[in-house]
Ligand binder design. Structure first.
Ligand code: ZN
Length: 223
């Protein structure tokens, strides 16, 4: 089965495609080889997540097997709109999903893995990169209003863990809080520049914050 990915424009420079409602044009400080600390968060292994099997899967089969969670609390898969192929200024393509939610809504880990990079850039505002457990996909979260307390590079996370809160930092319209969420193949040499893949078909679990850690997920309870 082939996976639908956005065809790159001839001569297009990938970082430009990723600008404006996309990852920053330039990485903040370059790749961060942070070894994941042990014991901070329990990541429960599940069946069907055997790395050797995953390695031979197509992108679509792999993402389908991950049963990804909608990365915003309270948002069901059926509420997502597909803005992956939407045009953006300068002839660019969005290559991401915008998930609208009230400011302050918890933003969640779509999959198990670790925090790859916490950082801020002009277009994305407050951002987080999450690397999945098999180091196959990197998830980019932008326009956050703020971060979960203690969020740091290398921190292990489980699906549903709170990473931060929906906001409008960066170039998001001030009256349209949303999460800009992008899935891309992890590219170790240029992590911000991996091939984007439309995550919408694979976001099958409704967004629901995990309550196990000391994340401030209780923010959900008061609108
Ligand atoms: Zn966006």
């Amino acid at each position: 089965m082939s996976l639908r990915v956005t065809r790159l424009l001839p001569g297009a420079f990938l970082p430009l495609l990723l600008a404006a409602c996309g990852p920053g044009l330039t990485p903040i400080t370059g790749p961060v080889p942070v070894p994941p600390p042990r014991g901070a968060v329990t990541v429960a292994p599940t069946e069907s997540r055997t790395p050797s099997v995953e390695a031979s899967m197509t992108e679509g089969d792999y993402l389908r097997a991950r049963t990804l969670m909608v990365p915003v609390a309270g948002v069901a898969p059926t509420r997502l709109t597909d803005s992956f192929s939407a045009a953006r200024s300068g002839g660019r393509t969005h290559n991401a999903l915008d998930i609208l939610a009230p400011r302050g809504t918890p933003v969640l880990a779509a999959d198990d893995g670790r925090v790859f990079k916490v950082g801020e850039n002009r277009l994305g505002g407050l951002t987080v990169y999450l690397l999945d457990a098999a180091e196959r996909f990197l998830y980019y979260y932008a326009h956050l209003d703020g971060y979960r307390d203690g969020l740091r590079d290398g921190m292990p996370v489980a699906q549903g863990d709170v990473l931060g809160y929906v906001g409008t930092t960066g170039n998001a319209p001030a009256n349209t809080p949303h999460l800009h969420f992008q899935a891309m193949r992890y590219r170790p040499d240029r992590y911000w520049d991996g091939q984007p893949v439309n995550p919408k078909p694979y976001l099958v679990v409704p967004g629901r914050a995990a309550m196990s850690t000391n994340a401030t997920a209780s923010d959900q309870s008061h609108p």
